[in-house]
Design a binder for this molecule. Structure first.
Ligand code: PBG
Length: 333
């Protein structure tokens, strides 16, 4: 009989790594095009493709160009688009009232995309920040973001977005009680089939900088968002937030940002077994692109590796500005 020591010594973990076929055979996680959600930026006008300085390769698109992008995404098999709006200054006010305008760019883009490319899903954000003059996600009164008044507006906005054809409402604001209020508003407007992906754990993160340039809120934001987003130091609180949103009716939950918060992805997935998503945010994209542009890392490989890390951490899908590029890669284009 061989001793335990002898048996242990004969174990060779490199055996299954020796060839491409055996590595493929034992691979535990796979990234596919079905995992991708593509956030896009919208801007007024026609035939517009405006580069975003801090996000090389990302452009703000006018509605007509967004429709073209949606066709491209759909042809590549990307399941879901998430449009975000760059709203002209003159449309912004302290309560973000333009979010309730049926003719705002989110509604126009949703209608146009669903008309032209009905087979792709559209997920809209019901948060106020693109529409407020101060860049906050809520009504600002005497220096305070007023919770319940904000929730009322968000819930009405969600119903309007659903009426424009949104398939999923994804509120990114972190107000208390918004998921339940949105569910009620959707159901009473006969939108029982419209789902909710809650930004259940959204951290007060410095990684959002380039996004604010893209939607034009960076110069506007007064102060920070620490009274409503989660402290990056906390993880139990992330679970309480997620549980609350599930109890209020979230169909899917999200963690944001991504790579620095993989521990949260794993804990959320293990605790709740919900469809769990992650947002690889603008700062993460910018960091990879900047290093790649300097020749410091292989951008394509870091891109794919970072996305695979989310799968490994238990995520069912990923919002990523790389979505189109990686979909082309995966389809061999
Ligand atoms: C705000 C919102 C943010 C992002 C999307 N919606 C954060 C913020 O501006 O505070 C960030 C997305 C990204 O960085 O890619 N509701």
């Amino acid at each position: 009989m061989r001793s335990i020591d002898e048996i242990t010594n004969s174990r060779r973990l490199r055996r299954m790594r020796k060839a491409d076929w055996s590595r493929r055979l034992v691979q535990e996680n796979k990234l596919t095009v079905d995992d991708l959600i593509w956030p896009i930026f919208l801007v007024e006008g026609e035939n517009q493709k405006q580069p975003v300085d801090a996000m090389p390769g990302v452009e703000r698109l006018s509605v007509d160009m967004a429709v073209e992008a949606a066709k491209q995404a759909s042809d590549l098999g990307i399941p879901l688009l998430a449009p975000f709006a760059n709203v002209p200054l003159e449309k912004k006010d302290t309560t973000g009232s333009h979010i309730l305008d049926e003719d705002n760019i989110i509604h126009r883009a949703t209608i146009a995309i669903k008309n032209a490319v009905p087979e792709i899903g559209v997920m809209t954000d019901a948060a106020l920040d693109p529409f407020t003059s101060h860049g906050h996600d809520g009504v600002l009164r005497d220096g305070v973001i007023v919770n319940d008044e904000t929730v009322d507006i968000i819930a009405r906005a969600a119903a309007l977005q659903a009426s424009a054809g949104a398939d999923i409402i994804a509120p990114s604001d972190m107000m208390d009680g918004r998921i339940g209020a949105i569910r009620d508003a959707l159901d009473s407007a006969d939108h029982e089939d419209v789902a909710i992906m809650s930004y259940a754990t959204k951290y007060a993160s410095a990684y959002y900088g380039p996004y604010r340039e893209a939607i034009g809120t960076s110069g506007l934001l007064k102060g920070d968002k620490k009274t409503y987003y989660i402290d990056p130091a906390n993880t139990d609180e992330a679970l309480r937030e997620t549980e609350q949103d599930i109890l209020e009716g979230a169909d899917m939950v999200m963690v944001k940002p991504g790579l620095p918060y993989l521990d949260i992805c794993r804990r959320v997935k293990d605790t709740f077994q919900m469809p769990t998503f992650v947002y690889q945010v603008s700062g993460e994209y910018a960091m990879i692109e900047a290093a790649a542009a300097n020749g410091w890392v292989d951008g394509d490989r870091v891109m794919v590796e970072s996305l695979l890390a989310f799968k490994r951490a238990g995520c069912d899908g990923i919002l990523s500005y790389f979505a189109l590029r990686v979909a082309k890669d995966l389809q061999g284009q």
